[in-house]
Design a protein around this ligand. Structure first.
Ligand code: 13P
Ligand code: ZN
Length: 273
């Protein structure tokens, strides 16, 4: 039996993540999207010869010039990606100015990358800088309890992060730099992309008000795990509120003790005194 190639392994990871987004209840209909900045060894074995024209991005992302990305296609249902990965996923190449893209693999049937192309690519550009090139994955999910918090509370990054840290012991360990809050903008817009990138230049996870989460990381598991941990903390908050109200929560001293024990540095502006 021949060994699995890095490209096949990546396809397996992405199709499983797409399935898990559905199982989690984070991807109704065509909700959610995934992108991966590819390593050279993750390129498809059959090459990337293409007849596609170059398409204008409408923005520039110079940090990503000449890079290749695996993207979920717009309109695809995450629950179906595992059935036909070559139809619902595809690879794009950015030109040397990072102003245009073309499709070089997949998207069979004429698909195009997600309508959230701008937020994804500008997020990748922010994370390339913030992580010194380590981060390669951007994942967007309609995580319902995190979304609900943005309807029920007046939030900013500090309030949202503090709430998540207080409501789940794991949270400050997994998310010491916090969870960014991005006020509502039209999905897929440059405004949404720029506001998201501003948060993601400081922390790997952000919440779009009234819309969903956007998680990043060096691999699929890390990006998924950040969204999962924040959504779990939000769920605990919701359950506690429904069980008669929040009577107790982790104190700043307890959060600081966790940080010391697990050798992480919580954002001092958020933890406060
Ligand atoms: P796409 O189907 O274009 O990926 O859009 C889904 C979504 O969640 C938009 O925010
Ligand atoms: Zn969405």
């Amino acid at each position: 039996m021949s060994a699995i190639t890095p490209f096949e392994e990546l396809l397996q990871q992405v199709t499983r993540a797409a399935h898990d987004l559905w199982i989690k209840g984070w991807a109704e209909r065509n909700a959610g999207n995934i992108s991966v900045r590819l390593k050279q060894e993750q390129m498809p074995e059959n090459g990337t010869a293409t007849q596609d024209d170059w398409h204008e991005l409408g923005f520039e992302a110079p940090a990503l010039a000449g890079e290749f990305f695996l993207f979920s296609s717009t309109g695809c249902h995450m629950r179906n990606v595992e059935l036909l990965p070559e139809r619902y996923l595809g690879i794009i190449e950015l030109d040397e100015q990072a102003r245009r893209f073309r499709r070089v693999w997949g998207f069979s049937g004429g698909g195009r990358p997600t309508s959230e192309l701008a937020p994804h690519l500008i997020a990748h550009a922010a994370r390339v800088v913030a992580s010194a090139g380590a981060d390669r994955v951007v994942m967007h999910a309609h995580a319902p309890v995190l979304i609900a918090l943005t309807y029920s509370m007046d939030l900013d990054t500090a309030r949202l992060t503090h709430l998540l840290w207080e409501m789940h012991t794991e949270c400050v360990v997994v998310l010491p730099t916090g969870c960014g809050f991005v006020p509502w903008s039209v999905p897929g817009s440059i405004d949404l992309a720029r506001a998201t990138a501003e948060e993601l230049s400081k922390r790997p996870l952000a919440i779009w008000q009234f819309h969903g989460a956007i998680g990043t990381g060096p691999d699929i598991d890390t990006a998924f795990g950040l969204i999962d941990t924040a959504e779990k903390a939000a769920q605990i908050y919701k359950h506690a509120a429904a069980c008669g109200g929040i009577r107790n929560k982790l104190s700043n001293a307890q959060i600081a003790a966790l940080a010391r024990a697990f050798s992480v540095t919580p954002d001092p502006e958020i933890l406060g005194e």
